[in-house]
Design a protein. Structure first.
Lengths: 355, 355
DNA sequence: CAAAAGATGGCAACCGGTTGACATACCGCC
DNA sequence: GGCGGTATGTCAACCGGTTGCCATCTTTTG
């Protein structure tokens, strides 16, 4: 990790510099290892080794070359390096929907740990479509060292196919044979259902997410299991789309279901649902409790603030990136599943049922 | 930043993942123009021309080559192309803060128009620091065809220096000689101040953003001008940081100022401020009106929903990308300023003053 | 002190496209 | 038929690193 420009106070006019301006267009092109080699009086290949294969050259030569590199303000040309090696110092991240705040934290987590290790992140969006996703993934695959798929919509086979070409890490879904980072929903769901049961609720509705969503199914299973245990009746409702708007639309189904507590696939649905129910005169949480999922940005903006099962999304992004980078460095991960804990964040939207 | 405390359970290891086959020597590597050349019975350079210089080869040969390429499922190696040409089909985007939802629409706008024209986007964050920003910009510069700076914190000179090396577009700030996309705040501010004046307010506070923020200054100027016109008294307050938390912290200053209406540098500040004021027993908007800026995701989650001056951020991102791509195609943009309209979105947080 | 082992640097062949220079092939035209 | 001109394809030299192989030089060891 070279940091050549400390506090740069670029002032003087360009051209005063002693840098020999060669190169066709008269532009000052950046120095190459050949320039360094000339300056240091060694062979270019030695420069290459000094700069990328620690220990391969003697300490003395190493020093000379590093000084020369410093002096010329050298930085490797990523393309020239990528060409023979395939290494690009770049990881790709594909998310289902850039505007969905669920992914904000994931993106940031991945970007942060990526750039901490000097990897650049490239971002693409699948717009919730398996086909777009696959296309984006394929297009990326040739230009990145590894790929992170957040909540992928492709099927397992396609993911494994990708993973057989380049290292892949998956977030929010389990795929056999591919390293995954998955929030373990059971803990958070248990807490949520227990809390609801303790507050007098007896019938609970789960508002599901997109049918292709592995995580939505998983959450439903968790809800069922917990309801079983705590002796609540659970019903499942479908949403048209996992957004605020979808939440509003599902409000009448919720009312019709007779449930007094609702757990939604994500916070957006919960927020939309709450808005619509309140607009219809329902009091939250006195008449109905609402629990979301993920604890996204804005979940505490609502009145009452949203009770939600928090998934540490930033950590998911971050760990997925770390997993990937470890694989790239050869620390072959076992391809297992990393589970991160979820927990209930109790705010105002859930509570005692005042029947 | 993120710390992974022990709340992590590493579990299952489903079927030992088979290590991806290293791209060995005889392995199925992707086809090259040489493969196409052999198949089509022509010289590699002819293939190169057929694929990138339309019209340079005869229609007949063109067809043969395209068919061969199709048959082999050929795709260019971006690095091999980038090496001699410098063209990378990639644009960089640097934002001040990835977690700030303001930027999400920008990111999305840029990504969408970028990928529509077959450009990949790479993303970096400056963490609101001019130095980090410059470093990131420099690092990116060598690997992208052009750069978009969203709300840059560097000074004008540095930006112009970057712009002299590669095409640069700026969002949310005007820099002489560099193409910029800037929401024209005056319209929205006028509407806001007029509306506040009409509702009986006489003293207005502006909560400023980061000192380096060009846009914050601009908004303050706009507020001053509008207050002048509508005969309101305007005071300026400083915030510690442009976040929800910063908004909470500035609440006491707001109260102390005696203003009955507040316009904040951005929505996050407005939301935090409103939360804190409400917690202190103030009624919004009966006792104090609050107007934010940007209309970010979640601005309508609050109770009352936030009145805000909407900047079309997605459009900003999109237009900046378009500007950049046009420059890359040689349509030399005049380096002027593109202004997009802002408008007041009236929701519940502003209204008549019930003194 | 000689031989074997190890460390170090140089040479040159790539990686996969791009492109200027040049040789033909092809065309129309006098 | 010969000539100039253009269309088309080929050759070869890059772009800037990486790396296998080999020649030396140094060190260790018997």
């Amino acid at each position: 990790m070279h940091d050549y420009d400390g506090a740069v106070t670029q002032v003087t006019n360009p051209g005063a510099a002693t840098v020999p301006a060669r190169r066709g267009r008269g532009e000052k092109s950046s120095p190459t290892i050949y320039d360094i080699a000339k300056l240091a009086g060694v062979n270019p290949s030695t420069v290459s080794r000094a700069l990328s294969k620690p220990g391969r050259v003697s300490a003395k030569t190493q020093k000379i070359i590093e000084d020369a590199a410093e002096q010329l303000n050298y930085r490797v040309n990523p393309f020239a390096r990528a060409l023979p090696t395939g290494r690009t110092q770049t990881i790709g991240l594909i998310v289902a929907d850039i505007t969905n705040p669920t992914f904000f934290d994931i993106i940031r987590g991945a970007e942060t740990t990526g750039s901490a290790r000097d990897y650049t992140m490239v971002l693409a969006e699948s717009a919730e479509s398996p086909e777009t996703e696959l296309t984006a993934a394929r297009r990326m695959l040739s230009t990145v060292d590894g790929l992170i798929l957040a909540s992928p919509r492709m099927d397992d086979e396609q993911i494994r196919a990708l993973a057989s070409e380049k290292p892949v890490a998956v977030i929010n879904r389990e795929v056999d044979g591919v390293p995954c980072v998955v929030p373990d929903v059971n803990k958070g769901i248990s807490q949520a259902v227990r809390s609801l049961a303790a507050n007098g609720h007896q019938k609970l509705a789960y508002v599901a997410g997109p049918p292709q969503s592995w995580m939505s199914r998983r959450r439903w299973e968790g809800v069922q299991a917990a309801c079983d245990w705590y002796k609540l009746e659970a019903v499942r409702l479908e949403s048209s789309k996992p957004t605020v708007d979808g939440g509003r639309q599902v409000a009448r189904d919720v009312l019709a279901s007779g449930a007094t507590a609702v757990i939604t696939y994500n916070d957006l649905l919960a927020i939309g649902l709450m808005q619509e129910l309140q607009a219809a005169g329902m009091r939250v949480p006195d008449q109905i409790s609402i629990v979301g999922f993920d604890d996204i940005f804005g979940a505490d903006f609502t009145t009452p603030a949203l009770t939600t099962v928090r998934s540490p999304l930033g950590e998911c992004g971050s760990r997925a990136a770390a997993l990937l980078l470890d694989m790239l460095l050869g620390h072959e991960g076992p391809g297992g599943v990393v589970r991160v804990d979820t927990e209930l964040v109790v705010r105002g939207s859930s509570g005692r049922l005042l029947a």
